[in-house]
Design a protein around this ligand. Structure first.
Ligand SMILES: Nc1ncnc2c1ncn2[C@@H]1O[C@H](COP(=O)(O)OP(=O)(O)OP(=O)(O)O)[C@@H](O)[C@H]1O
Ligand SMILES: [Mg+2]
Length: 338
């Protein structure tokens, strides 16, 4: 790729060529004895939102940092839009916007000053940096807060400013490392809208998340990472289908009838339902959606009365459990946020 192809001042932020946005082959990072990333392949297409989903310590951040030239690649190789990451780090930094860098900028400066300074640090002229700051503050709904010091910002405002800062140079590829961790549901929703708008604008997004619903909502394709390895990849639908066709969700009139219902399901399907922590609620995994009728008829015959019934695709939570043999890390504080 030539520098001319990187000049996007006139058009959308998409480089020329048919290269993948990210191509990684056998990426490895070892810390001491510990292989944090143990041979990951990745192919992110231009214009998509690609989600990397995994629990705490899975290796998500380490992988992003290697792709962004912030960490040395120990083995394997990677390209961003056809540019070799290890060979041309300077070029890669022009192609990739990384959030999380912003924390290093001055807390006592205002949002506007911070964006301006960030632009100047990237070699943009003072006047142009001012102009870009105004544009970005408007786009991220930070106009009112523009002249407040960052120290007074809420978590959600910081995330938005962080993302704004990563867009100053209009990179065609954005890395978002857990963009909504710790945000309240409304602010998360706004962040999702912002991310979708970036993609509509021509950006490619590689995001990491521990939130199954976030990957499901946002990502065109998902790689599930566990202990530094990719354990599955596909569209949200493909991953759900891999686990079983559907789930029958039942709410019993009498929570006391749960043991009987479990027995009936076991008799009909040969497997146990998953009990929900909510009283009287159970989920029955089905190989075929039409088995739902057999289960319902058997329950009625046994005298178990049901308040509500629905058939749904399994959640990504169930997908994760099926793929890795464990949940998404119930010990972490993210558990309540889905
Ligand atoms: N600089 C480092 N030195 C030593 N070990 C590290 C370093 N950075 C990460 N690790 C280890 O590598 C593993 C992967 O960490 P990483 O931060 O990539 O996980 P993650 O998937 O981003 O987790 P989280 O969801 O908690 O952010 C962890 O076991 C972590 O302790
Ligand atoms: Mg991380």
């Amino acid at each position: 790729m030539t520098m001319t192809e990187l000049d996007r001042s006139g058009g959308g932020p998409m480089p020329a060529g048919n290269d993948l946005a990210v191509l990684a082959e056998g990426l490895v990072k070892t810390f001491g004895e510990h292989r944090a990333v143990a041979g990951i392949d990745l192919a992110v297409r231009p214009g998509e939102i690609f989600g990397v989903l995994g629990p705490n310590g899975a290796g998500k951040t380490t992988m992003l940092r290697m792709l962004a030239t912030l960490l040395k690649i120990d083995a394997g190789r990677a390209e961003i839009f056809g540019v070799d990451v290890a060979g041309q780090p300077h070029m890669i930094r022009q192609l990739v916007g990384v959030t999380g860098q912003y924390a290093s900028v001055d807390e006592n400066l205002t949002a506007r000053e911070n964006l301006w300074l960030f632009g100047r640090l990237q070699g943009i002229t003072s006047q142009r940096a001012k102009h870009i700051a105004v544009e970005l503050l408007a786009r991220f709904g930070l106009e009112e807060a523009a002249d407040k010091p960052i120290a007074q910002f809420s978590g959600g405002m910081r995330r938005r400013l962080d993302l704004a800062a990563s867009l100053i140079t209009r990179p065609p590829l954005i890395f978002l490392d857990e963009p909504t961790t710790g945000l309240d549901p409304r602010t998360r929703g706004q962040m999702w809208e912002t991310i979708r708008a970036l993609v509509a604008d021509g950006c490619t997004v590689l995001l990491t998340t521990q939130y199954l619903d976030e990957a499901d909502q946002l990502a065109d394709r998902i790689a599930v990472i566990d202990h530094g390895r990719k354990v599955a990849e596909g569209t949200p639908d493909e991953l759900k289908t891999a686990v079983g066709d559907s789930t029958l969700q039942l709410l019993l009139a009498e929570p006391g009838a749960v043991p009987l219902a479990v027995e009936v399901v076991r008799r009909v399907l040969g497997s146990d339902p998953i009990l929900s922590p909510e009283h009287g609620r159970l989920n029955v995994a089905l190989d075929r959606a039409d088995l739902a009728a057999d289960v319902l008829i058997a329950l009625r015959t046994a005298g178990v009365s049901i308040v509500s019934v629905s058939v749904a695709k399994p959640s990504l939570d169930e997908v994760f459990l099926a793929l890795t043999g464990h949940g998404t890390g119930s010990e972490n504080d993210m558990e309540d946020n889905r």
